[in-house]
Ligand binder design. Structure first.
Ligand code: 9MG
Length: 281
């Protein structure tokens, strides 16, 4: 299985990739504005690469439940200098986490190679056409609703089946817009319009998505649903995040989006060493 994102290529099977999170937002659910300044965000991104991140995901608008949307102008102001600097310095693909086609376009011009689109449930196709034309990677993430409404009444009759149906339908539409299959990454959107039970069911059923033959991205890092087992404090959610990560890798996830890169890489490599022995038995 090949993933192509502009000049970058990854051939799977291979060790799972960790996508390090660089939030350039004052209201980020985990950074609390710490990396607001572009210089600090760049330094943080470079540190995540040293810790083993093989993709960096740069975001300027929080997507946590109920987050206040930001204007395109403000989002551009936050992310473009960081992307331009990291794309110049780093040897890993830079991903832009945005729901706005205008921001995606400017980020691609500044050197980004992947568009992480948490709003792949969109109805218009301008985002898909510009990603297709750029030959960039594209994260097609499932979300029920939008960040303002998504946690109000999440409802599914069978969450794993319905998200599988969403992936089938979207892959068809992406292809119609000129996107090649090797450009796409699928993501069930843990925490995006899902109850706690939906998240557990999705994590338990991840293996069902391998039939699409595309890399699977999972983001659980420090998410609020983990508060059920780990308590309300973000800083106490690392063990729960790592447990989900290891089981996701076992189920076939190829890309893990994480804040705590060094710990996530260590947990994944340990799981992979054991899984490798299992396969050889
Ligand atoms: C931006 N963002 C926050 N959580 C995420 C997740 O689980 N997946 C992706 N693709 N992006 C996310």
């Amino acid at each position: 299985m090949l993933l192509r994102a502009r000049q970058f290529e990854f051939i799977f099977p291979r060790p799972a990739l960790v996508m390090g999170i660089v939030n350039v937002t004052p209201d980020s659910f985990s950074d609390g504005g710490q990396f607001l300044e572009a210089k600090a965000a760049v330094a943080h991104g470079l540190q995540l690469i040293e810790q083993g991140a093989e993709i960096l995901d740069i975001g300027g608008e929080s997507t946590r439940p109920g987050a206040v949307p930001v204007s395109e102008e403000e989002e551009l102001r936050r992310v473009i200098p960081v992307i331009a600097e990291l794309a110049g310095q780093a040897k890993v693909p830079i991903s832009i986490d945005t729901m706005k086609p205008g921001v995606a376009r400017a980020a691609l011009e500044a050197g980004a190679s992947i568009v992480n689109d948490v709003a792949a449930n969109r109805s218009e196709d301008s985002m898909w056409r510009l990603v297709a034309e750029a030959g960039a990677g594209y994260v097609c993430m499932h979300m029920q609703g939008n960040p303002q409404t998504m946690q109000q009444h999440p409802a599914y009759s069978d969450v794993v089946r319905e998200i599988g149906d969403f992936f089938s339908e979207r892959l068809g539409r992406l292809s119609h817009c000129g996107m090649r299959p090797e450009q796409t990454i699928l993501d069930p959107g843990i925490g995006f319009g899902k109850t706690l039970e939906h998240n557990w069911e999705l994590l338990a059923g991840l293996g069902k998505f391998s039939r699409f033959g595309r890399p699977l991205l999972i983001g659980v890092s420090r998410k609020s649903f983990l508060g059920k087992v780990a308590g309300p404090k973000l800083e106490n959610r690392l063990p729960a995040s790592l447990a989900c990560t290891c089981l996701a890798v076992e189920a076939g996830a190829q890309i893990i989006r994480a804040h705590d890169v060094a710990e996530t890489v260590q947990a994944i490599r340990t799981s992979e060493a054991i899984l490798g022995k299992r396969l050889n038995r």
